[in-house]
Ligand binder design. Structure first.
Ligand SMILES: CC(C)(COP(=O)(O)OP(=O)(O)OC[C@H]1O[C@@H](n2cnc3c(N)ncnc32)[C@H](O)[C@@H]1OP(=O)(O)O)[C@@H](O)C(=O)NCCC(=O)NCCS
Length: 139
């Protein structure tokens, strides 16, 4: 799998991948999420390509204190072949290269299957509760 930064031509394939992976939600317009990411550290929006096809994504950011990763996805038919591990390793490398001391990510309630994946990669639950407040509605 070749990892590179997102480019505009990837939009439809990326959104289709997120839908296939169950990552889209009615309150997050994926097109707007992509547009917003392209305004901040666009080079950290990674896509994984296999034979010219988008098969993986990770939307990474460093806010000066923590690194975050969203939209971690590998095409369902290709899961379990190490692509997710490769993707997260690159995310970590890019963050460390920027001096980021810690990476955080959110796992939605009910997405229990993914917990084993992150545990294998050395991630653990923080003693913290994630609070959020929507500032700009998408719908
Ligand atoms: C989570 C996801 C990105 C993992 O990608 P992947 O390519 O299947 O993962 P890998 O093949 O690199 O797996 C890495 C390790 O985690 C383990 N693992 C992965 N998924 C697992 C699962 N569901 N249960 C148990 N172990 C799992 C693998 O066995 C592997 O272990 P090993 O290296 O010791 O053999 C992928 O399953 C996915 O896109 N899921 C749907 C979207 C999603 O939920 N994203 C996360 C949002 S927080």
């Amino acid at each position: 799998m070749q990892l590179r930064s997102y480019s505009a031509a990837d939009e439809a394939a990326v959104i289709a991948l997120w839908q296939a992976c169950g990552l889209t939600r009615p309150w997050n317009d994926p097109k707007r999420d992509i547009e917003r990411k392209l305004t901040e550290q666009p080079e950290l929006f990674l896509v994984g390509e296999l034979e010219g096809r988008v098969v993986a994504t990770a939307m990474i950011g460093y806010d000066g204190h923590r690194g975050w990763v969203y939209y971690v996805a590998v095409e369902p038919a290709l899961q379990g072949h190490g692509y997710g591990r490769t993707l997260m390793a690159r995310a970590e490398e890019l963050l460390v290269a920027r001096g980021c001391p810690k990476i955080n990510l959110l796992v939605r309630q009910g997405n229990d299957a993914v917990m084993a994946f992150y545990e294998k990669l050395g991630y653990g639950a923080d003693a913290a509760v994630s609070l959020g407040k929507r500032l700009i509605p998408d719908n």
